[in-house]
Design a protein around this ligand. Structure first.
Ligand code: AVJ
Length: 319
C-alpha cells in the first residue's frame, strides 16, 4: 500500500484568529454579515450532509448525475495523472471520477478539515492501494501551494462552492487557480444554474427546517468559540432570491430587539427587531457568465455538461 501523506498549511491557531476577525468585521459592519465558512463545525457539516438528501435540495443530486454520466468523458478530456480536489470533504462524489481516470497515479484532496481528509484517505486507500494520496489541510481561498505531483493535473472544484464567494472574491480566486495550472492541466468546475425563483428558494428554505438549523448553527459556533450568548431561537431563517445579482441570500432575522455579548471580542451588539444579518450568498450562473468569469481569469473553457433538467453544470477549462 502506498503511504498516506498529509501536509498542514494551516497554523494551529489560524482558525481562532480568523473567526474573531471575521465576526468582528462582519457583525460591526452595515449591513451585518457573517462568512458562510463558519457554518461547518462537526454539527454544521452533519446538517449540510442532511441538506444534500432533502427533496428540495437538488444541486448535489444534479451534480452527481453529471459525474456519473460523464466521468469517462471528463477523464478522457483531462487525461490527468493527478486529481487535485478542492474542498474534498468526504470525497464520495469524486469516486465516480477517480474510477474513470485510467491514467491516474495520485490524488490530492484539499480541505480545511483534517479529520475528513484522514477518513476519506483511509477509505480510498483501502479500495485503491496503488494510488498515491497526498492530503493537504488548507484554506484554498487563501493562496494554495500544491505538493509536487505528476502532470497533467486535473483540479476539481465541485459542489457549487464557487457561488459562495462574492463576485470580486471569485475573480481573485479563479485567477489564483489559473496560477496553479501548467500547460496540459485542467480545471473541472461545478456551478449551480439560474432557474425559476420558487425552485431556488425552496432549495434554501426546506419544509423540514434543516437549512434553518444549518443557518442558525453559525450562532452556536460563535457562542462556543467566542463565549457569546446568542439565543439561536430568537433568530429566524430567511432565504431570498436576489434577481439582479443572481444569487440566493441566506439571512438570520432578529425576531426581537435584543443585546448580544461576545466576550472574546469585548463586544456588545444591539439587534433591532427585524434586523437581518447576511450569512451566505449562493450565486447561480448562466453558461455565458461562467465562460466570462473563467475567461477573465485567463482560463479557456473547453467543455460544458449539465444534468438532464439543466439545473447544474460542470465545465472543463484549460490554460
Ligand atoms: C456549499 C455551495 C454546496 O450554497 O448551495 C446549502 C451550501 N447553503 N444550503 C450552497 C448551502 C445552504 C451550498 N454549497
Amino acid at each position: 500500500m502506498s503511504p498516506f501523506h498529509l501536509t498542514r498549511t494551516l497554523p494551529e491557531d489560524a482558525t481562532g484568529a480568523e473567526l474573531r476577525a471575521d465576526v468582528l468585521r462582519g457583525l460591526t459592519g452595515t449591513p451585518r454579515t457573517l462568512p458562510p465558512k463558519w457554518f461547518y463545525d462537526a454539527r454544521g457539516s452533519r446538517l449540510f450532509d442532511e441538506i444534500t438528501t432533502l427533496p428540495e435540495y437538488y444541486p448535489t443530486r444534479a451534480e452527481r448525475e453529471i459525474l456519473l454520466a460523464r466521468a469517462a468523458e471528463i477523464a478522457a478530456a483531462a487525461g490527468a495523472r493527478t486529481l487535485v480536489e478542492l474542498g474534498s470533504g468526504s470525497s464520495d462524489k469524486t469516486r465516480h471520477l477517480l474510477d474513470a481516470m485510467t491514467s491516474l497515479r495520485g490524488y490530492v484532496p484539499v480541505d480545511v478539515s483534517e479529520s475528513a481528509l484522514r477518513q476519506a484517505g483511509r477509505a480510498l486507500l483501502a479500495e485503491r492501494p496503488a494510488l498515491d494520496v497526498h492530503a493537504v489541510v488548507a484554506d484554498f481561498t487563501a493562496g494554495l501551494t500544491l505538493p509536487a505531483s505528476p502532470g497533467p493535473r486535473l483540479v476539481a472544484f465541485l459542489g457549487g462552492t464557487l457561488g459562495n464567494l462574492l463576485p470580486e472574491e471569485r475573480g481573485a480566486f479563479l485567477a489564483s487557480l489559473r496560477a496553479l495550472l501548467e500547460p496540459g492541466d485542467s480545471l473541472l468546475l461545478g456551478t449551480d444554474l439560474v432557474k425559476d425563483e420558487r425552485t431556488l428558494v425552496r432549495a434554501y428554505d426546506d419544509a423540514a427546517g434543516v437549512t434553518a438549523e444549518f443557518n442558525k448553527n453559525v450562532l452556536s459556533v460563535i457562542n462556543r468559540e467566542l463565549g457569546a450568548d446568542f439565543d439561536p431561537d430568537a433568530f429566524s431563517h430567511v432565504a431570498v432570491w436576489d434577481r439582479e445579482r443572481q444569487w440566493i441570500e441566506m439571512r438570520l432575522r432578529s425576531e426581537v430587539a435584543q443585546t448580544v455579548k461576545i466576550p472574546a471580542l469585548d463586544l456588545t451588539l444591539d439587534f433591532a427587531e427585524g434586523e437581518e444579518t447576511r450569512t451566505e450568498v449562493s450565486a447561480k450562473f448562466t453558461e455565458e457568465r461562467v465562460r466570462g468569469e473563467l475567461g477573465a481569469a485567463g482560463l479557456t473553457p473547453v467543455r460544458w455538461w449539465t444534468d438532464g433538467e439543466r439545473r447544474f453544470a460542470l465545465s472543463l477549462s484549460t490554460v
